[in-house]
Design a protein around this ligand. Structure first.
Ligand SMILES: [Cu+2]
Length: 152
């Protein structure tokens, strides 16, 4: 019985650690990042831009069909590119997190689905969630009570 209590305490401590441990600061020095994003056929390519906090990010938006825009949620930045032309936007990725990119110019039927993502730093929330899920699963398997005997 005592062993079970100790095991629960260890599991609980591990869960707290996973959920609330301070975030490690990025060891990398901020750098300049250039992304060439092609916009066309209601999609961005690449659709996910991954940078480190503090990076100076330049997005070169190239439209391959009609006029497309690019709006960065959270950073409140927007740009648009005419067909066959490109536009550039430079900013410092000073807010960590995950930000949605979306087209800011109504470009056709699938315009609302033209989205992408700017990921600044690691997705810690996701990894914490994954860690907690694994701990819960482990706890469930480890402490599973023998199923009650339903025979009469
Ligand atoms: Cu568009």
């Amino acid at each position: 019985m005592k062993r079970i209590v100790v095991s629960w305490a260890v599991l609980g401590a591990a869960a707290l650690l996973v959920a609330f441990a301070p975030l490690p600061q990025s060891a990398r020095a901020p750098t300049e990042r250039l992304f060439r994003v092609e916009a066309g056929d209601f999609a961005y390519s690449p659709a996910v831009l991954h940078v480190n906090p503090g990076d100076e990010v330049t997005i070169q938006l190239v439209s391959t069909d009609v006029v497309h825009g690019l709006y960065v949620d959270g950073y409140d930045l927007r740009m648009s590119a005419d067909p066959g032309q490109s536009a550039t936007l430079t900013f410092t990725a000073d807010q960590p997190g995950s930000f949605r990119l979306r087209c800011s110019v109504t470009c056709g039927a699938l315009h609302p689905f033209m989205t992408g993502k700017l990921q600044v730093g690691s997705n810690f929330l996701l990894w914490r969630g994954v860690g907690l899920a694994f701990l819960a699963l482990f706890g469930l398997l480890f402490f599973r009570q023998p199923s009650p005997n339903t025979d009469h």
